[in-house]
Design a protein around this ligand. Structure first.
Ligand SMILES: Cc1cc2nc3c(=O)[nH]c(=O)nc-3n(C[C@H](O)[C@H](O)[C@H](O)COP(=O)(O)OP(=O)(O)OC[C@H]3O[C@@H](n4cnc5c(N)ncnc54)[C@H](O)[C@@H]3O)c2cc1C
Length: 260
């Protein structure tokens, strides 16, 4: 879609080239969402594809995924066989209600920062205990746990001028076993419910998403007889597709499936 209100398009080598930030600026990654609907509040797009951040690298401690990494790279990466959690990352890409054309262009950072309740990457990042590194235009950076990043539907903790730079997943967590469950009315619809579990010898992280505004991490004490009472306190989404009661019930079904 054309965005006729855009007056300025910037391609940067370094985000510190920007000396100020304005409410009508937006980072442009793959553009699959930005160009999919009118953005009447925007005048400037700042292309971050030229920053050279599309890497997937491994250091001594972490798997590091650059924010501009296209989603398709998660499907193509030569994962080591012992990195069982890679299946969860791949499921998050295939769970996107989108074509290969979109997956080739859409980025990891774009999906996480758009922060739709139906976001497909955030739940697996939360389940795997990922860390997000955030930069600002003054050259400062800080890290935040993935579970604390999205605070609502289309709401994150990012402040004006901040950008998600990269995602760090502890290497040991890549050996966790991940189960990714998604339910939608039609396969091509956005998810009504997503449940992701990541289990190791000590614990099972269970993340509920899509049926509530932002991913929620829950740890079950007793997997044999899980207590679902906590679900009564959550605000499940009601819309034209499904009621909150329906979403709650499907969430229970998917949690049971992941625990099995
Ligand atoms: C057919 C179709 C189906 C889709 N299905 C889904 C779906 O099931 N679930 C879902 O979540 N989305 C879906 N989307 C929406 C969107 O395409 C994806 O979320 C995609 O991953 C967004 O990535 P992008 O790189 O294209 O982001 P962009 O469109 O470039 O940006 C999205 C938003 O994130 C901001 N942003 C991008 N990168 C950063 C960064 N590094 N730091 C800070 N802010 C940043 C942008 O300013 C913008 O506000 C779908 C889109 C289409 C066209």
């Amino acid at each position: 879609m054309d965005l006729p209100n855009i007056e300025t398009y910037l391609r940067l080598d370094d985000i510190q080239t920007l000396t100020n930030w304005s409410a009508d600026y937006a980072w442009l990654a793959g553009g699959t969402w930005l160009f999919s609907e009118p953005q009447t509040h925007l005048k400037t797009l700042i292309d971050i594809q030229t920053l050279g951040w599309s890497e997937i690298e491994v250091n001594e401690d972490y798997l590091i995924i650059g924010a501009t990494c296209p989603l398709v790279k998660l499907l193509e990466y030569p994962w080591l066989p012992e990195w069982t959690a890679a299946e969860g990352l791949k499921s998050a890409v295939t769970a996107l209600a989108a074509s290969l054309k979109v997956i080739n262009v859409a980025t990891v950072g774009g999906n996480i920062c758009l922060a739709l309740s139906v976001g497909t990457l955030a739940p697996v990042m939360v389940a795997l205990g990922a860390i997000y590194e955030i930069w600002n235009i003054k050259g400062e950076s800080h890290q935040v746990a993935a579970k604390d990043f999205q605070i609502g539907s289309r709401q994150t903790i990012l402040q004006p001028g901040e950008i998600l730079r990269r995602v760090l997943i502890p290497l040991s967590h890549l050996q966790w076993k991940v189960n990714y469950q998604r339910f939608s009315i039609a396969a091509t619809d956005p998810a009504l419910v997503i449940v992701v579990t990541a289990r190791n010898e000590q614990q099972i992280n269970c993340v509920i998403s899509a049926s509530i505004a932002a991913p929620l991490l829950w740890r079950f004490d007793n997997v044999e007889a899980p207590n679902f009472a906590f679900l009564q306190k959550l605000n499940f989404i009601t819309d034209a597709k499904a009621s909150s009661d329906y979403r709650r019930e499907v969430t229970v079904v998917l949690i049971k499936r992941t625990l099995q």
